[in-house]
Ligand binder design. Sequence first.
Ligand SMILES: Nc1ncnc2c1ncn2[C@@H]1O[C@H](COP(=O)(O)OP(=O)(O)O)[C@@H](O)[C@H]1O
Ligand SMILES: [Mg+2]
Length: 276
Amino acid sequence: MPNTKPDAAPTSASQTKRDESPVAVRIEGLSKSFGAHEVLRNVSLEVAPGEIFVLMGPSGSGKSVLLKHIVGLEAPSAGRVTVDGLDAADPATRHAVHMALVFQAGALFNSLSVYDNLALYLREHRLGTETQIREKVRHALKILSLENAERKSPAELSGGMRKRVAIARALVMEPQLMLYDEPTSELDPIMSATISEIIATLKTQTRVTTIVVSHDRDLALGIADRVGILMQGELLTIATPAELRRSTDPRISDFLNPQINLSSPRFKQLETAKTS
Ligand SMILES: Nc1ncnc2c1ncn2[C@@H]1O[C@H](COP(=O)(O)OP(=O)(O)O)[C@@H](O)[C@H]1O
Ligand SMILES: [Mg+2]
């Protein structure tokens, strides 16, 4: 349960023209437990409007749980998360701020064409006539080089293309905040590089505040303005890619060492050995 509420009057964005400026995300002393299991411990960080922030960390370190707090799918056990100054745990925030979460598995409807997957949100929220919707959908498909896939079912596409469809679907929402959970997992290095490039390009084109959860080092060092490293629920550091490369902290150099698989249980053993 959130223990604090913002005093400021909630914005009612639904009636007025949508604010499309990028938003700030602030996490202050966030702790989260599931029963006796403390998954996040006193995490504080701020993401500036228009920034690309990459949150890295081994498997099970709490990255997805942190992301869920930003979109209001989880509420803090202690501390506070705000988006554009609004309490993220308050359901009204989701209506006031346009956030798009690109899930790890894409979460696309195989029964719908790629085109209809993209149009769905706009139709459901009556965001324009069919002609206006077509324009937005075609624009997003073009940015992600998916023009030839619009009549296909997501089930017919490769993993890399499905990720691009998931990103395109987020893009038609014209978000002020884009959140990606492991956008390059299960992709080969070339497709991973393509997806990283797309994330960076979208940020440049739309200035959308971008938070990426990933254990892809190339992605983090390649596109992040700043990187946060989460280990066993605690933030080890927040640094720019250049600062990370210069770091002499062995726990950080392990992160940059391609020999070490961050998703393997072996990394956890190594991490425990180093910190004990
Ligand atoms: N709803 C939940 N109930 C109980 N435990 C959870 C829940 N969600 C996540 N966890 C646990 O929290 C830890 C961190 O999970 P997660 O954030 O998904 O890790 P990752 O860094 O791999 O994304 C894991 O041990 C996971 O089992
Ligand atoms: Mg995860």
